[in-house]
Each structure stands twice: as structure tokens, then as C-alpha cells.
Design a protein around this ligand. Structure first.
Ligand code: HEC
Length: 119
């Protein structure tokens, strides 16, 4: 009985510490995204999220994209944070990032940029 109880407690402890590590993913509705922004979020999830955190300032393999268009310059390259420059980076890539020009239709690129404005 005591053994069962302690296992139970351990499980609770483990779960609650996990809860602090991994923040719950917000739904599209909670973020108040419109249809185009939702389409852009899908693109971001598939191609960018693994290396760029959208909603935290913690770096992954690449810098976080949180607030990417809210500041005048990009944090690493120092390039102007506008659609033209960011679009080029996505199309042609950077030193440690491949380009996605071949993977994205014009529509997907537009959706992605529109979504990134919400970050
Ligand atoms: C495999 C990891 C990886 C993926 C996937 C990836 N990137 Fe990157 N990205 C990086 C790294 C690393 C850098 C910074 C180093 C560099 O500039 O080479 C970077 C740089 C950038 C920059 C410039 C940041 C700055 O401050 O200059 C932008 C913007 C960017 N990525 C957006 C995206 C978007 C949007 C996607 C999805 C279409 C994406 N990246 C996919 C790794 C990645």
C-alpha cells in the first residue's frame, strides 16, 4: 500500500515538473489568429519551429522568432526586420540555415510572413 502511494506521489511530482518545462501549446483561437495566419502557422510549425521558438525568447538551434517584426533589426544578422529581408532569408537561407524557396509557394510564403507578424 505504502509502495503504491509513493509511486503515485512520484508520478505526480514528475508530471508537475514536466508542466513547468513544457508550456502548453496555445490553440489558434486562443491566439486570435485569422485564417491566413492559421495557414502561416502550419507552415511555421512544419519548417521553422524546430529551430526557432515562436513564443519564447529561448534560443533553439536558431534565434527565437518572438517579436521578430516588432524590433527594427534582426538580432543575429542586424539586417532590417522587414518582410523583404526576412523573405529573402527564408528563400535563400543563411550560413547555418538552408533556403526554403523551393519548398514554399508564393501563397505559403505570404501566409508565413503574415503569421510571423503576430509573434
Ligand atoms: C535547422 C534549423 C533551422 C530551421 C529549420 C530554420 N532556421 Fe532560420 N536560422 C537558423 C539558424 C542557426 C540561424 C542563425 C544563424 C545564421 O544566420 O546562419 C537562422 C536564422 C534565421 C533568421 C535571421 C535571424 C537573424 O537574427 O538574423 C530568420 C529570420 C530565420 N532564420 C527564419 C526562419 C524561418 C521563417 C524558418 C522556416 C521557414 C527557418 N528560419 C527555419 C536555423 C534554422
Amino acid at each position: 500500500m505504502l509502495k503504491m502511494m509513493s509511486r503515485f506521489l512520484l508520478a505526480i511530482l514528475l508530471l508537475s515538473s514536466l508542466g513547468c518545462e513544457v508550456e502548453r501549446r496555445k490553440t489558434d483561437a486562443e491566439l486570435g489568429l485569422n485564417l491566413q495566419q492559421i495557414a502561416g502557422r502550419r507552415v511555421y510549425d512544419n519548417l521553422c519551429d524546430q529551430c526557432h521558438a515562436p513564443y519564447s525568447t529561448r534560443g533553439r538551434q536558431g534565434p527565437p522568432m518572438k517579436g521578430v517584426f516588432k524590433k527594427p533589426y534582426l538580432s543575429i544578422s542586424g539586417l532590417p526586420a522587414n518582410e523583404e529581408r526576412v523573405g529573402e532569408i527564408i528563400r535563400y537561407g543563411r550560413a547555418k540555415m538552408k533556403g526554403y524557396g523551393q519548398n514554399l509557394s508564393d501563397q505559403q510564403m505570404q501566409d508565413l510572413l503574415v503569421y510571423m507578424h503576430t509573434l
